[in-house]
Design a protein around this ligand. Sequence first.
Ligand code: GLC
Length: 421
Amino acid sequence: MKRHLAFLTALAGATVLAGTAIAAELNIVHGSVGRDQEILRSQLDKFEAETGHTVTIVSMPESTTDQFAQYKLWLAAQSSDIDVYRLDVIWAPQIETHFIDLKPHVEDIIDDYVQGAIESQMVGDKLVALPMFLGAPALYYRSDLLEKHGKDVPATWQEMTETAKAIMEAERAEGNEDMWGFVFQGAAYEGLTCNAQEWIASFGGGRIVENDGTIAINNPKAAEAINLAASWVGDIAPDGVLNYKEEDARGVFQSGNSVFMRNWNYAYALGNGDDSPIKGKFGVSTLPTGGEGMEPAHTLGGWHLGVSKYSENQEEAIELVRFLNNYENQKERAIVTSRPPTLTAVYEDPEVAAEQEFIPLWKPVVDGALPRPSAATKRQYNEVSSEFWTAVHDTMSGKGTAEENLARLEARLQRLKGANW
Ligand code: GLC
């Protein structure tokens, strides 16, 4: 990026360089759902006013999988065009070589962060990105419809299936023809990996890849979970759910056309927005389990800010990362966009609790969230995840049974594993 040097002309007639007042032009690349981009812009405006630097947002498509493909191109080309990248929680081990170590630049504030969030961005001794916000999904339910039809918030996926169907059918019979039972992220991308690891773990089917690198995904519990999910398509969920990402699911639920939804935290503030048809008519609960006595599973999400090694404005980029993650900006994001913060103290802020009750309510769920196996699979995570979502998506599209697809997945993961992890 170009730098503008500020010169002063001294009264004596000599021209001197006035200190080092340098204004940088920074670029931040950032994907967005809901109001992410709007709030980022308003925070960048404050940064510009305080520092004299300018910051341009380079927008990305909604899908994290599409973003990753583009990021890899820029990074492989060692492009200096992007200074700050907003990085998905799962990427650090795969792309760390392209980012500077932020640790020496945040030593004074690092202890204020949720330690699990910091750990998720450490590769060896290097802090690849400074955590911006976390994510742990919820089961969103229409409290008005559960009450009207005399149903409880479901504790198991089987109950969720039955309640969704009963209410959907009753509502349709009353003329509400667009009503569905459950919407989620079923497209063939990273979002489906998040959903499906929740189904499987909550059925006792284990992890996609276990923490020690073992592959045990080809098991009857995992098959049971995926078979139940496949039964939703075209029944309680529209066929189109096989192409749904976060915003598609939110669109259906927020317009009042689904009883249940699985989504991330950002959907809460939007659902309660003044223009939302479901304002005050929905609640959130932990995700269902695979049966009595089982534990629910919530995938750990989140987005974090890294400074490119190829940036020509690293110092100013670090200043920007620190600014966007400071208390005031995290608090504003928590209140306005219901994004779980990464600074521990924001969860305890009384104004946050008063204006966005979801944040303190969800703290234990965020703390207990289930990471994806990106640390265990190292540089192979993206391929592992892609094999996994393909196996699930194929089953849900009627291409092979869960048992067949899991057997094939196991073989493919074994091949990927080779000597790599
Ligand atoms: C959310 C999560 C992110 C995840 C993505 C999947 O953006 O924060 O971690 O990979 O959803 O769609």
